[in-house]
Design a protein around this ligand. Structure first.
Ligand code: DC
Length: 229
């Protein structure tokens, strides 16, 4: 393992889509003043770049090349992060269901995961990193100081997504969202390489009945136990 992985504290927050891990990871990074890795964005960016370049999604070798040569910059901005793909600002297109579904497909390819491994580890820097994803605690940062696996029932996650879309004025079918979430869970947890699962030493939090504030407080308890907050 490289120096950069062991020399800084890493907190990993893994879990399925809609569990709230992205929100918690971003809040935690801000609270601590640490770096933040949204690893799902790298898989989404790989899918988006492949779509932009007209790459055939059945062509595994070409997708691995897209991941290896991904020209991406994460720039801090007032309202979060600005992401540049091949020098161009990526907007909401990254968060669409279409790109999410494509990301889930490219994420199942071992060559794509291998291509993105070091890139993810390179986010680790002093004083620490909060990394959010599916395999942060199991594969990318196995020596992380604190590992959290955040989950929630599929119905609750579909409900959150439905409400999020509704608040943006976007009409969606709850049943369709639930089916998409279940299909994505199935793909992410059944794949042979780096499947979605808690690390043996992860703290498992089920947020189905918890508010964001309650989850955040529970994570902070773990941070204090390790002397990190
Ligand atoms: O968290 P997200 O929805 O932005 O992730 C997009 C897809 O990428 C998701 O289907 C799972 C995959 N992913 C992964 O396989 N490993 C990660 N560390 C992060 C995301």
């Amino acid at each position: 393992m490289s120096e950069s992985v062991t020399a800084v504290h890493v907190v990993t927050i893994d879990g399925p889509s809609g569990s709230g891990k992205g929100t918690i990871a971003a809040l935690l990074a801000r609270e601590l003043g640490w770096a933040f890795l949204d690893s799902g964005a790298l898989y989404r960016l790989t899918a988006l770049a492949a779509l932009n370049q007209g790459v055939d999604f059945a062509d595994t070798a070409a997708l691995a090349v897209v991941a290896t040569t991904l020209d991406v910059q994460f720039l801090p901005a007032e309202d979060g992060l600005v992401i540049l793909l091949a020098g161009e600002r990526v907007g909401d297109s990254l968060r669409t269901e279409e790109v999410g579904a494509m990301a889930s497909r490219v994420a199942a390819l071992p060559a794509v995961r291998a291509a993105l491994l070091q890139r993810q580890r390179d986010f680790a820097r002093h004083p620490g990193l909060v990394a959010d994803g599916r395999d942060m605690g199991t594969v990318v940062f196995p020596d992380a100081t604190v590992k959290v696996f955040l989950t929630a029932s599929a119905e609750e996650r579909a409900k959150r997504r439905f409400e999020q879309l509704h608040s943006k004025g976007i009409n969606a079918s709850f049943d369709r969202l639930l089916a998409d979430i279940q299909a994505r869970d199935e793909r992410d947890s059944q794949r042979t390489v780096a499947p979605l699962r808690p690390a043996d030493d992860a703290i498992i939090l089920d947020s189905t009945q918890m508010t964001i504030q309650e989850v955040f407080a529970a994570v902070m308890v773990q941070m204090r136990l390790k002397g990190l907050a």
